[in-house]
Design a protein around this ligand. Structure first.
Ligand code: CP
Length: 304
């Protein structure tokens, strides 16, 4: 029985296998339509979500399985004070696999230590979001055809942006990646990720507050939302939230084959006018997330 709490729980070879499987699902979905007949996925979401929860559920339905949903902690016994451990001990009596999102960092890890079925971390606080990274890696694979020798800019809230943390960790196992970290001083990448993932692996990187000056060198631009729900005061959020807004004008100096990514939801940080630019790939990421979650469910359930 295996859980996925951190993207580093999966080896680069396993990531390649998941990408290959997802591409096969895309090319022949009927082959997979009954792979999970009789199986149940529970989605335990203690924090809001549109894409992650619904794509997990769509993934399980498209594999022939069924879904048990807890979309809102307030409608569960968590609202009466039940612990995460007791919740998963209970839900693992009903489901074969659980996808959990929680505002507290480490909650899915605690869940995995108390569950008799696999736990998938669907986002824990400002820490990790490994299945968003699976969506991101499939998108990069499709758009760039490689993970080595790319220059990738991460822009916005690098402090609380869990998708950024997981993707940097995943990319730190490839060669020749250059990391361009663009954020306000207050929202810089946490030291533990910069040191462990980037510096210890001798990757080239720069930290800057200026998006426009680095735009021409980027192969990928990964925009992020300022994470309002992680701020201690509203005043700081309001001061920082519109610091970076990507517009068609700002893309004029970018490479013609730039890949613009965003885990979504978007607030203001990408103008809707960018959506029609062929370089905008954020809605492709949404769809890719479903296929990668299908591949991950198959792997963790041990389905051939
Ligand atoms: N990218 C992502 O996690 O989106 P949701 O919060 O809508 O699930």
């Amino acid at each position: 029985m295996r859980s996925v709490i951190d993207v580093l729980d999966l080896s680069p070879e396993e990531l390649d296998e998941l990408i290959t499987c997802a591409k096969d699902i895309i090319s022949d979905p009927k082959k997979y339509a009954h792979k999970c007949d009789g199986k149940k996925l529970a989605t335990l979401f203690f924090e809001p979500s549109t894409r992650t929860r619904l794509s997990f559920e769509a993934a399980m339905y498209e594999l022939g399985g069924n879904v048990l949903t807890m979309a809102d902690a307030q409608s569960s016994s968590a609202a009466k004070g039940e612990s995460v451990a007791d919740t998963v001990k209970t839900v693992s009596c009903y489901a074969d696999i659980i996808a959990m999102r929680h505002p507290k960092e480490g909650a899915p890890l605690v869940a995995s230590m108390n569950s008799s079925v696999p736990i998938i971390n669907a986002g824990d606080g400002g820490h990790n979001h490994p299945t968003q990274t699976l969506a991101d890696l499939l998108t990069i694979s499709m758009e760039k055809g490689r993970f080595d020798n790319i220059t990738i800019g991460f822009c916005g809230d690098l402090k609380f942006g869990r998708t950024v943390h997981s993707l940097i960790n995943a990319l730190s196992r490839y060669q020749g990646v250059k990391f361009v970290l663009i954020s306000p001083e207050e929202l810089k990448l946490p030291d533990y990720i910069r040191i462990n993932a980037i510096e210890k692996n001798n990757f080239e990187y720069i930290q800057t507050t200026d998006l426009e000056s680095v735009m021409p060198e980027l192969d990928i631009l990964y925009m992020t939302r300022v994470q309002r729900e992680r701020f201690f005061n509203e005043e700081d959020y309001l001061r920082l939230k519109d610091r970076y807004i990507l517009t068609p004008e700002k893309l004029e100096n970018a490479k013609s084959d730039l890949t613009v990514m965003h885990p979504l939801p978007r607030v203001n940080e990408i103008s809707v006018a960018v959506d029609n630019d062929p370089r905008a790939c954020y809605f492709k990421q949404v769809l890719n997330g479903k296929y990668m979650r299908m591949a991950l469910i198959l792997k963790l359930l041990g389905v051939e």
